[in-house]
Design a protein around this ligand. Sequence first.
Ligand code: ADP
Ligand code: MG
Length: 620
Amino acid sequence: MRIRRLPAALVNQIAAGEVVERPASVVKELLENAFDAGATRVDIEIAGGGRDLIRVSDDGRGIEPDDLPLAVESHATSKVVEASDLDAISTMGFRGEALASIAAVSRFSIESRVADREEAWRLEVSDTVRGEPTPTSGPVGTRVEVRHLFESVPARRRFLKSETAESTRVAEVVRTLALTRPSVTFKLVSGGRTLVDLPASDDPARRILGVLGTELEGRVVQVRGEIGDPGDDTLVTCWGLVGVPETARPTSRQQRFVLNGRAIGDRSLSHALKEGFRGLVEPGRHPVGVIHLEMSPSRVDVNVHPAKTEVRFRDARPLHGLVRRAVRAALVEADLARELPIGSESSAPPDPFDAAAPPPSRPDATVSGSGRSGFGGGGSVVAPRRSGTASPSVEALRAAIAPGPDAGSEIPSTSTAAEVLPTLVGSDAVLQVHDSFLVTQDEEGIVIIDQHALHERVMFEVLSRRIGEGDLESQRQLVPEIFEADPGQVEAIDLVQPLLKRLGIELTPAGPRSIAIHAFPSLLVSRRVEATPFVSELLEKVAAGELDRDDEEAALADVLDMMSCKAAVKAGDRLREAEIAQLLEMRDRIDRGASCPHGRPTHLRIPIPELERRFGRSTS
Ligand code: ADP
Ligand code: MG
């Protein structure tokens, strides 16, 4: 084949793949254009999850009719004039590609009116054929309509998820962008339902609580800090709100970073936030918060990624230190943490920026709100919570696993022979050590069992077997348990309805920000697992995309894991003799694998010859 130049329309369709992946990315580009046009209000309407319709209207400065054809042409922009402009980009857009790309894969129209004209002008692009601008009526501002997204690109269209899943993503994008512009009013309506309704506010904290959830009200701490020289472009300031440690979540979905008004994903900043909370949240949990950073645009390159969600800092390390210290200082000030001894930070990389610059002004911190009950007194570091109560009986569990005396033999083997433990020596005493480990003997030596890991393993087998027989048996609540949730969690319910049914969990939205639990698995109830935190964590994982929605069996295994962990006795639970005996008995019945579902071992064995060798008795 000879080499040919691609027609412009096809070039745009190919390029569209970079910018327009799904309805949410279209919405993002259109909102950014509205911001660049100085809009104070944006209205977003979608239908069919955005496949059928996306309409974004703003009250920004509009486009001159003569410019409309250029607006939809690729590499045409009003925002960058010469190469040096790229060194310090202060607008959201600059590539001049978004409208052209969107128009190449949809039936597209744009209507716009500038302030000093009587009429609006409209331009349509359909099947990559551009019309001519025609006059129409309409308010000052711009309205873009995108219909039948990807109709001409079936490969892309097939790639889209369900209507609910796509509208959930759109809502996430709108909320994230709303965090970057507290002074803009946002409204999102999907299929007639209002998903986002955020009035403009001159208090950025209002907007943060509006997005992250008002249940954080009174449970946040204000973070503030700066480094560099206020007199030049080395100045970096940071401001934000973080939730007190008890509001930490199982995923980092409720963490946002906004750099110069642009929402960015940045692992190093997430890490810095977490470091600020070091010792205050358990390893598996993530602090909640929104941090705004402002710096000279010349110190950051936003032209790294077509969708501009990643940025490159000229020097990232000072930012890490800034965020970490500002967060820590805020928590110390709020009496939620004690100052870390110098030594504990020695593992962090050195901070060359700090050494070079004049001593940074100490980040100051103020507490917003008053309610921060539930914390141990006088500035001590909060220790991970332990269940202080006596361990619940394992009776229910025993009943669950042993419907008949030979039930154990039905449990399918899941591991290799090498992992199987030899039977414990019958009547020997078992010692519980530090309320966490069981020490006993078998024919070969000393066996040390991690009580939580073993019980978790047992629970996993029980649950897997039960679910193999049908939906888990559930206990209905006489009065539904209602809890505050964030909208992402509410929307997640629909995404995993079939899975929930199998698990014996019945949920309904009880409002835009609350969820009702109608039924919860009996097995968990009998193990005193609290429904609200469990369901909340589960939905959070769904919303964060941590549960594979496309592979129900994989998702199921993950949830069973979660259930087993919550239902199992914990390290620190004192067990009664009978409970220990039952646990070991169940172990012998299951006894198929030597590791808990997370892959940690459930037991260790020290063989007698090893003991002899260590005590210097060995003759060999
Ligand atoms: P970019 O934003 O990178 O310049 P776009 O393709 O998104 O590229 O937009 C092209 C041009 O159209 C912009 O530079 C701007 O001049 C104009 N434009 C697009 N959307 C709007 C809007 N909502 N209000 C005013 N002008 C707009
Ligand atoms: Mg743009």
